[in-house]
Design a protein around this ligand. Structure first.
Ligand SMILES: [Zn+2]
Length: 383
């Protein structure tokens, strides 16, 4: 394994540090396109933050990815669905339901959604907290007209984090912080826009539960609960709810502006061995899919999001069809390959359910009696 002198972007006060580089032969973009370049990851020896080495090559790749970025394009603009206790439900609805159940938000206030996209989170938010005014940020104003349709929408800002204006009672960042080169500076800038006692909600992927998140080429940080809390504290936000799994496979942090915000570096040796284990599992799952492909007459992959796209982009992986349960995707194409419903997969064909272990096992079990054969990924404990 190669070692390089690298600079951690969490405890960057320290000079460069020597760390081992872990890599995957190819990756996937966060908007679900195959990425045919190596994905490189290291663990900071001082603070155990799992991250991409940020250099000119990484910045160049990310710029290329964002140039063609099209959020949720595969779903025809529909938000990604997540699993909750009631079955399939939009990710935002799960978060808002949880937020309401905590009873921490006043009846009225102002919310800023950072990286608001087409307004999926704000739409759910206003459904639950009807007297709040809404604001959003994005890197351009392409969705401005759509956002202005939202009730009590005050405005969209496209400035950098340190140039944002206004004061807010709640700030949300759903699947944004993992993209940011300097997450502490970003949360500090948002802290300056927070009223006294304001709440911050951050959600990022949990690679420990869903190792496919490690293959995403444009993620700067692969958060663990400890690093997410430490980043928040450093930026002046005191966690009120420890990052837990409000939404399966995701880490959700709720913090309040001010309070006790001290945080020191702490290395955790277990993080590196867990990363190594998860990356081996990913490579194993890819081999599993390739072996199945070689022996199948008709081969499909279940899922058209990050995991399915990463697997479909593997060498020698000719995919005849994708399978998806989401009605908004069925009948469309992903990577030029048709998407069909699980029940429509032909008899004798093999479908690889390449998803996070818990989801894969559940789905393969659910379609046990279908015409096609559904194959689950190997479990993480079976390493
Ligand atoms: Zn560090």
């Amino acid at each position: 394994m190669d070692c390089e002198t690298l600079k951690c972007h969490h405890c960057s006060a320290e000079a460069g540090t020597t760390a081992a580089i872990y890599s995957l032969e190819s990756g996937v973009t966060s908007d679900c396109r195959p990425w045919n370049e190596k994905v490189r990851i290291f663990v900071c020896p001082a603070c155990s933050a799992v991250q991409a080495p940020i250099n000119e090559a990484w910045r160049g790749s990310v710029e290329k990815i964002y140039r063609d970025y099209d959020t949720y394009a595969a779903a025809g603009g529909e938000e990604q669905k997540v699993l909750d206790s009631d079955g399939m439900s939009a990710r935002s609805r799960v978060i808002i339901g949880w937020l309401a159940s905590l009873g921490l938000l006043s009846p009225r206030g102002e919310v800023l959604d950072v990286g608001c996209g087409r307004g999926a989170f704000l739409r759910e938010f206003t459904g639950q907290f009807q007297e709040w005014s809404l604001s959003g940020t994005e890197f351009d104003d392409r969705n401005a007209r759509m956002l202005q349709q939202l009730p009590r929408f005050k405005g969209l800002q496209t400035a950098r984090f340190d140039k944002l204006s206004g004061e807010y009672d709640a700030i949300s960042m759903v699947h944004v912080l993992e993209h940011i080169e300097d997450p502490v500076a970003c949360l500090e800038a948002l802290r300056r826009r927070a009223r006294n006692g304001a709440l911050l909600l951050v959600q990022v992927p949990d690679w420990s539960e869903n190792p496919f998140a490690l293959a995403i080429a444009d993620h700067a940080t692969h958060f663990t609960p400890a690093i997410l809390e430490r980043v928040a504290r450093r930026a002046g936000w005191e966690p009120v709810v420890t990052p837990g799994q409000v939404v399966p496979k995701e880490l959700t942090l709720l913090a309040r502006a001010g309070g006790d915000c001290t945080a020191s570096n702490k290395a955790d040796e277990e993080v590196e061995s867990r990363l190594d284990e998860r990356l081996s599992w990913l490579r194993g799952v890819r081999h599993q899919a390739q072996a199945l492909r070689q022996n199948a007459a008709n081969f499909g992959i279940f899922g058209t999001a990050v995991a399915g796209t990463w697997l479909a982009g593997a060498p020698d992986m000719e995919v005849e069809f994708f399978v998806d349960e989401d009605p908004s995707r069925i009948g469309a194409k992903h990577l030029g390959i048709p998407i069909i419903s699980p029940g429509d997969a032909a008899e004798g064909s093999d479908v690889f359910v390449g998803m996070a272990p818990a989801v894969s096992k559940r789905l393969a079990g659910k379609y046990r009696d279908a015409a096609a054969r559904f194959h689950a990924v190997k479990l993480l404990d079976a390493l």
